[in-house]
Design a binder for this molecule. Structure first.
Ligand code: OSB
Ligand code: MG
Length: 387
C-alpha cells in the first residue's frame, strides 16, 4: 500500500529551524563521464528541527555544472532557499504540513528545479518518519529488508583499469556492472567486459546523452553483448528520437535525464521511447513523484531501478528506503560512500554486503545518524530560512 492517499494524522510541533546548506565532499577518485570530470562533490542539504527536537534531513544532489541537466548546485541552493522551503513552510503554521502537502505546495508552482523540490520534500519525509516513530521504509510502504546494488564505473584511462575494477566489484558481490560509455569508448569496452564476465553477469551501459540518432547503427552493434539496457543514449530532451532509436536496436533503452516527472515516464512508455526506467528521486522532484512512478512501472511491468547522483548518505537514505518497494526489479546504483568520499555525512554509513545487497534501515526517521561535525566542517554556503 503506497502512502499516497493523504498525510498521516499526526501531531506536528512547529518547526523552529529550517536551513539550507551547500557542502563540499572531496571524492576519493575523480568520477569521469561523458559530461566531464568531477573530483569534489558539491551537494545541497536541507535541515529541519521542530519544537519537539525532532529533525529531518534531505538532499538535493544536483551537479556543480549544467552538463547533466539544467539544475546546478548553485541553482538548487538558491531555489530551495528562496522558493521551495518558504512555500513548504507557508503551509499552515510552520511545520504543520506533512510531506504530501509540502509536495502539493511546491510542485504545481515551481517549474523544473526538481532537485531543490526533492531536497526540501525529503527533509519533510524524514521528519514525518521521526514524528511517527517509524522508518522511512515503513512510511513508503516497502517490505524488502535489503536492496541489491550494482556499481556505476566511470570512464578510465585504459581498458585494463576498467577490467580490473569490474573484477574487484564482482568479487565483492556487486550484482550488476554499469559502464559509462561515449563515442570512442563504447564497443571495445563493452565487448571486453562481456568477454571477462561471461554471459551470466548483468551488464549495462550509460551514455549520458553523448550520441545522436545518426549513431543508431553504431549503437545497434552493442546488441550482441546482451546488455540489460543502454541508458540515455541521446539528448536529455529527445524523447521522440529515443523512440525512433528503440525501433532500430534490440537492447532496451533506459532513460535517465529525459525523465523528470510522472508524466515524462508515462509519455516515454506510451511511445516506446524506453523499456527500462532509471528512477532518481531527486531528478523527478522527490519521493511523492517517485512513489507514483514506481506504481506506474509496476502496473505496466516495466523493469525499474533506483539510480544515484553520488549522494551523501543523507540522500542515499531515502533512496534506499524507496528500494524496499517491490516495484524495484533491478539493482540500484548505490556505490557506498566508503568508495566515493573521504568520510560520509552519516555514521555508521551503509555498506555493500558480500551478497551484493545493502541493509535498508528500520530505525525511525532518516535511519542513519548524521555527523553534524562533518556537515559543519564541509559547509561552504549556508542560509537560514525564516519560519
Ligand atoms: O548518469 O547515472 C548517472 C552520477 C552522477 C550523475 C549522473 C549519473 C551518476 C551515476 C550514479 O552514474 C553513480 C552513483 O550514484 O553511485
Ligand atoms: Mg545515467
Amino acid at each position: 500500500m503506497l502512502p499516497l492517499d493523504g498525510d498521516a494524522d499526526v501531531e506536528r510541533a512547529p518547526i523552529r529551524l529550517a536551513e539550507v546548506l551547500e557542502v563540499r565532499l572531496p571524492l576519493l577518485r575523480p568520477f569521469v563521464t561523458g559530461f566531464g570530470v568531477t573530483d569534489q562533490r558539491h551537494t545541497v542539504l536541507v535541515h529541519l528541527v521542530d519544537e519537539a527536537g525532532l529533525e529531518g534531513w534531505g538532499e538535493g544532489p544536483a551537479l556543480d555544472h549544467p552538463y547533466y541537466l539544467p539544475d546546478t548546485t548553485a541553482s538548487t541552493f538558491a531555489v530551495a532557499r528562496d522558493y521551495a522551503l518558504p512555500l513548504a513552510l507557508a503551509m499552515g503554521s510552520p511545520g504543520s504540513a506533512g510531506p504530501l502537502a509540502v509536495h502539493e505546495a511546491m510542485t504545481p508552482r515551481i517549474r523544473g528545479n526538481t532537485f531543490a523540490k526533492a531536497g526540501v520534500e525529503a527533509a519533510f519525509w524524514a521528519l514525518e518518519a521521526a514524528r511517527l516513530g517509524v522508518s522511512m521504509r515503513a512510511l513508503f510502504g516497502g517490505h524488502r529488508a535489503t536492496a541489491p546494488v550494482g556499481e556505476s564505473l566511470s570512464i578510465t584511462e585504459t581498458l585494463e583499469e576498467t577490467l580490473e575494477e569490474v573484477s574487484v566489484r564482482l568479487g565483492e558481490g556487486y550484482r550488476r556492472i554499469k559502464l559509462k560509455i561515449q563515442p570512442g569508448w563504447d564497443i571495445d569496452v563493452v565487448a571486453a567486459v562481456r568477454e571477462l564476465v561471461g554471459p551470466d553477469v548483468m551488464v549495462q551501459a550509460d551514455a549520458n546523452a553523448s550520441y545522436s540518432l545518426d549513431d543508431a547503427d553504431a549503437l545497434a552493434r552493442l546488441d550482441e553483448f546482451d546488455l540489460a539496457c543502454i541508458e540515455q543514449p541521446l539528448g536529455w530532451d529527445q524523447l521522440l528520437e529515443h523512440a525512433e532509436l528503440q525501433k532500430r536496436i534490440a537492447t532496451p533503452v533506459c532513460l535517465d535525464e529525459s525523465l523528470r516527472s510522472l508524466d515524462d515516464v508515462r509519455r516515454a512508455l506510451d511511445i516506446d521511447a524506453c523499456r527500462n526506467v532509471n528512477l532518481k528521486p531527486s531528478r523527478v522532484g522527490g519521493i511523492t513523484e517517485s512513489l507514483r512512478i514506481a506504481a506506474l512501472c509496476a502496473e505496466r511491468g516495466v523493469p525499474l531501478w533506483c539510480g544515484g547522483m553520488m549522494e551523501s548518505g543523507i540522500g542515499r537514505a531515502s533512496n534506499l528506503a524507496l528500494c524496499s518497494l517491490d516495484a524495484f526489479t533491478d539493482p540500484a546504483d548505490m556505490s557506498p560512500a566508503s568508495v566515493l568520499f573521504e568520510g560520509d555525512l552519516v555514521d555508521p554509513t551503509y555498506e555493500v554486503k558480500a551478497d551484493g545487497t545493502i541493509d535498508i534501515p528500520t530505525q525511525p526517521g532518516l535511519g542513519f545518524d548524521v555527523r553534524v561535525d562533518r556537515v559543519e566542517a564541509r559547509t561552504v554556503n549556508h542560509a537560514v530560512v525564516g519560519v
